[in-house]
Write a new protein. Structure first.
Lengths: 96, 313
């Protein structure tokens, strides 16, 4: 990494409140973890948007391939019995 | 030739308002149009810091200075969100910066005008940011996911910019006759450049039709310009300020303001690089980039050293 560049690309995830999931909010360039964390704070939490930050190098993210999305996610399509609405409850039964 | 079936599917998604994401198939021209538009938008945010920094050390109070500082910091952030959105299309940050430095990429011409009085800080926030907000609110609905998400975040932050600018104008307009004149003078100088920010009329706009079909843009230049004018006039008149356009008049049948002819010679002259501040703005950006080289080199050397330590540990 010796040429003049803008650093590594990091993806930023923010937790809005304790107990909430971390959500992707954007990305930034930085040369190391510490700098990335400071930049993420300055870029994405100037108005109290979050109290927790996760940083992941963009190159380390593994994602599904869109071309075979259909086949890949197919196994869930024919299993309607995984949803509560599949089941018929007798008339008058409560709290279920 | 690009697969016509893919192209049809792509247009179907666009028509159904399904966002396009970085790894989806897209026509090469869609990609190139977006790279051009998003990176120019990013450059505008970054170059736009310069007219404002002119007044940072001379702000009339600590309060005003803190606010201006926060606003300039936001602009830097907006530039960075947008550069990252452009990068998701496969263009390197270094490349878009080089295009700017070589004069091949444009930024909003409005930032080539000088800020000669404190009232200009008000006019920029009220009018320039006001115009930018009209455009950006519309762009929240753009078809490209990362661009749309950047716009949502930017719009949330921009409304403070417009209000702080208007507050500066309000304070001056309610001050001494000299102060009111400062506000009027700033309005006189910034009104037309702000109206021009929406670009050429629809009939003369080079990229408009394709951009609208692909929903990169959601509304035309003239529609957006009209909306900006309609919502701004009252804000000036309520302060007793006059807009520098004798043809400006409410049209009851259209329910819009009629306005005078835009000086397109001036517009194109500034776009082509001959505005009052073009050379200075670009020179300053190139110098800041070059002067920052040692910082990037030091950061790279430090990161390399850390990596080496992790490997040998």
């Amino acid at each position: 990494m010796s040429e003049d560049n803008q650093g590594i690309l990091w993806e930023v995830f923010l937790q809005t409140k304790a107990g909430r999931p971390f959500k992707h909010v954007g990305s930034l360039h930085a040369y190391d973890k510490k700098m990335a964390m400071t930049a993420a704070r300055d870029l994405f939490t100037r108005r109290g948007e979050g109290k927790g930050i996760w940083l992941v190098k963009a190159e380390d993210i593994v994602s599904s391939q869109l071309e075979d999305d259909e086949a890949f996610f197919d196994p869930s399509d024919d299993k309607v019995y995984r949803h509560p609405t599949f089941y018929t409850m007798p008339e008058g039964v409560k709290h279920i | 030739m690009e697969d016509s079936k893919k192209l049809a599917e792509f247009q179907e998604k666009i028509d159904a308002d399904i966002k396009i994401e970085p790894r989806d198939w897209m026509p090469e021209k869609y990609r190139q149009n977006l790279i051009r538009q998003i990176s120019q938008h990013a450059h505008s945010e970054i170059i736009g810091m310069q007219p404002e920094k002119n007044w940072l050390t001379r702000a009339p109070s600590i309060r005003a200075k803190k606010i201006l500082m926060a606003k300039i910091q936001d602009e830097a952030g907006h530039g960075l969100y947008l550069y990252c959105a452009a990068e998701t299309l496969g263009v390197k940050r270094e490349k878009v910066l080089n295009l700017l430095h070589e004069g091949k990429a444009k930024y909003s011409s409005v930032f080539n005008y000088p800020t000669i009085s404190w009232a200009d800080m008000g006019a920029i926030g009220w009018l320039v940011d006001g115009a930018a907000i009209v455009n950006q609110v519309s762009l929240q609905g753009t078809s490209y996911g990362p661009y749309s998400r950047a716009m949502v975040k930017i719009c949330m932050e921009e409304s403070f910019h417009q209000r702080q600018g208007y507050e500066v104008i309000v304070t001056l307009a309610k001050g001494t006759p000299e102060q009111k004149q400062m506000a009027q003078d700033a309005l006189n100088r910034w009104w037309w450049p702000s109206v021009m920010m929406f670009g050429p009329h629809d009939a003369e706009s080079a990229h408009s039709n394709q951009s609208l079909k692909w929903k990169i843009k959601r509304e035309s230049n003239d529609e957006l310009r009209q909306r900006f004018i309609d919502k701004t006039i009252e804000q000036g008149e309520i302060l007793g300020l006059t807009f520098p356009d004798p043809d400006l008049k409410w049209n009851e049948s259209k329910k819009h303001y009629d306005f005078g002819e835009i000086d397109w010679d001036e517009f194109w002259n500034v776009v082509k690089g001959n505005g009052p501040g073009n050379k200075q703005r670009l020179k300053h950006h190139v110098e800041a980039h070059e002067n920052g080289k040692w910082v990037r080199e030091a950061a790279i050397a430090y990161a390399d050293k850390l990596n080496l330590q992790t490997k040998t540990a």
